[in-house]
Design a protein around this ligand. Sequence first.
Ligand SMILES: Nc1nc2c(ncn2[C@@H]2O[C@H](COP(=O)(O)OP(=O)(O)OP(=O)(O)O)[C@@H](O)[C@H]2O)c(=O)[nH]1
Length: 331
Amino acid sequence: MEAIDPRIPATILTGALGSGKTTLLNYILQENHGLKVAVIVNEFGEVSIDHHLVVGTDEEVVELANGCICCTVRDDLQRAVTSVLARLDRPQYILVETTGLADPRPVAQTFLIDELSEQVRLDAIVTVVDASRFDENLELSGTTADQILAGDILLLNKTDLVSNEKVAQIETEIADMNPVARVLRTTNSQVDLRLLLDVGMFQLERMLEGDSADLIALEECPDCSAGVPHSHAHSHLHDDDISSVSFISERPFDYEKFGELMSDLPQGIFRGKGILWIDGYEEKLIFHLVGDRSQAVADGVWGDRKENRLVFIGKHLDRDSLLQRLQTCLV
Ligand SMILES: Nc1nc2c(ncn2[C@@H]2O[C@H](COP(=O)(O)OP(=O)(O)OP(=O)(O)O)[C@@H](O)[C@H]2O)c(=O)[nH]1
């Protein structure tokens, strides 16, 4: 008879920007699985947004400092997991959502160090693949392919936005790239959780087989090693031309002006998200822009503090010009 592993399972959620990771996280948190789940999020951009987009109480969500995943995530993540494990109300499951620009392998490696692996068992790396932006995401960043290669489970999400033929074509492509992964088709990241959680699919050998040289390189941030002050809001090993622009204001946006700006954004922007305060609206709005699709969904009435809190991510962004244009949309 196989002994029961007493360690807490952990799942890493990865996938391109806007593919549906937070949607998956919220789906898992709202499903009736009876598990006490601790959530650790790490995002790209200088102001925190994801923290506000994840359902549940604040105590359940630990936010890592914005990170260049290569050099900060290991320490931060180790500390976050350790603090989660030290809670009186110990979780029964740990979910880690990485930034859309992160290679999940260094994150996975963190769970393999002795201090953590004695208490936590990495269950699987789940990669969310955006069917509606499959080609664009692969082209945009080499990390998208790394995420697909590293996934034990590939959720082929947003299947509602493309034809069945396109879904089948992508399915074949990702199965070619990563023949051992389980592929599941989803809309709004909704999946039978029995196929996703506590599945024991993480394979250490497979990760080591890959580019172990890469993994070592990823740990070495030249600026960190040299003690040079630098911002980790920008990844310096990959995607150097991708950056984020954050905007916070305690004044509301004019509906018309903000709408006009969103329909005429600079070319390079492919992701935007945040909390919107529109003049005259009682409720706060959750805003998402992925590629050329955007939506703002009502999310209940404001608490004590009203504010606009947005982040835009793109290639070759003209930060000052975008900030100026956002400023002119304020009432
Ligand atoms: N039509 C459609 N929209 C989806 C689906 N899944 C997620 N979305 C929408 O896509 C947008 C981005 O989803 P998120 O879950 O925030 O994506 P993410 O991967 O967490 O994004 P980052 O944190 O920026 O990497 C939101 O507006 C979601 O409602 C889907 O299957 N179909």
